[in-house]
Unconditional design. Structure first.
Length: 299
């Protein structure tokens, strides 16, 4: 029997017709943070999920990639699929060498499963500490998973609220691989750049050269709103200037769990020259850094 799913009543679906950005992306640009959802009748959503989305399949993602002018995608496993990575792997195989992925795994995952995901293009695993989306575990839980993936040379993507950084500091600073922090560490954009929360996040990056930041999430973190997201831009620009070789960017399509508005991807792409002024910084953010992280093979 085929499973059927109805999206949550307050679910905001992605825009079917975003506008064409005014900014022209550099050749080889990578959308380094996006998702696929279902379709649920083919890849069922996880029983333990904390939200039920509208379907957002790989074909729609790749059409958006081409429309915006990106060449490649990094697809991040969504919490609504739990640790069932079949939708992710299917999207990666459909995307060929133009797609890489970040999976979710749990204790007991076999080496054969990891090897199959690696062959499909998975290059990292995501640890989600945001309580409204997942059920965070003790530090040792994550250390065990890091050991499981070590031979594949994968990195770790972490998603947390800014207030949680201090609690997980010892874990994050002890992991023996590259750590990529989602959505610029979720700064409070109503506070100054030298406020305590953002200062602690910068300390993490400054003292630990294996830590990277995604400069995505303008639509999630803003108070001032679209189309300019003027309160978010200074935080992202500061990180791009201070850590130019350890920043990447993504659309976050299809923007799960948005409540205030559904962003236009054209607006988001047009933030890029404000986040990384100059061709060199833009190329690092959109091409060189994600290619190094996701497409260079570990010896």
């Amino acid at each position: 029997m085929t499973a059927t799913f109805e999206p949550d009543a307050d679910w905001l679906a992605y825009r079917e017709n975003p506008r064409k950005p005014a900014y022209t992306l550099p050749p080889g640009a990578v959308d380094a943070h996006c998702h696929v959802f279902g379709p649920g009748d083919v890849f069922p959503y996880a029983p333990e999920r904390k939200y039920t989305p509208a379907d957002a399949p790989a074909g729609k993602l790749f059409a958006l990639r081409d429309f915006l002018g990106f060449e490649r995608n990094v697809i991040v496993q969504a919490t609504c699929h739990g640790a069932d990575n079949r939708a992710l792997v299917d999207a990666l195989r459909s995307g060929g060498d133009r797609a890489r992925g970040v999976a979710t795994i749990r204790p007991g995952v076999s080496r054969a499963e990891l090897a199959d995901m690696h062959d499909a293009g998975v290059r990292g695993v995501r640890f989600n500490f945001v309580r409204r989306l997942a059920d965070p575990k003790p530090d040792e839980y994550y250390r065990g998973l890091v050991e499981a993936i070590a031979e594949f040379g994968w990195h770790i993507v972490v998603y947390f609220e800014a207030a949680d950084l201090r609690e997980r500091w010892n874990l994050f600073t002890s992991l023996p691989t590259t750590i990529v922090v989602d959505h610029a560490g979720r700064p409070d954009v109503t506070q100054p750049l030298d406020g305590p929360g953002f200062t602690l996040f910068q300390r993490l990056l400054r003292e630990h050269p294996n830590v990277w930041a995604k400069l995505s999430g303008a639509e999630r973190l803003t108070v001032s709103g679209p189309p300019g997201y003027d309160d978010f831009v200074p935080f992202a620009r500061h990180l791009a200037r201070e850590f130019p070789d350890r920043v990447i960017w993504g659309t976050d399509w299809p923007h799960p769990n948005m409540k205030s508005h559904m962003p236009d991807e054209g607006d988001l792409v047009d933030l890029l020259p404000r986040i990384a002024p100059g061709e060199v910084g833009q190329r690092k953010l959109l091409v060189d850094n994600p290619m190094r992280l996701y497409w260079e093979e570990v010896p």
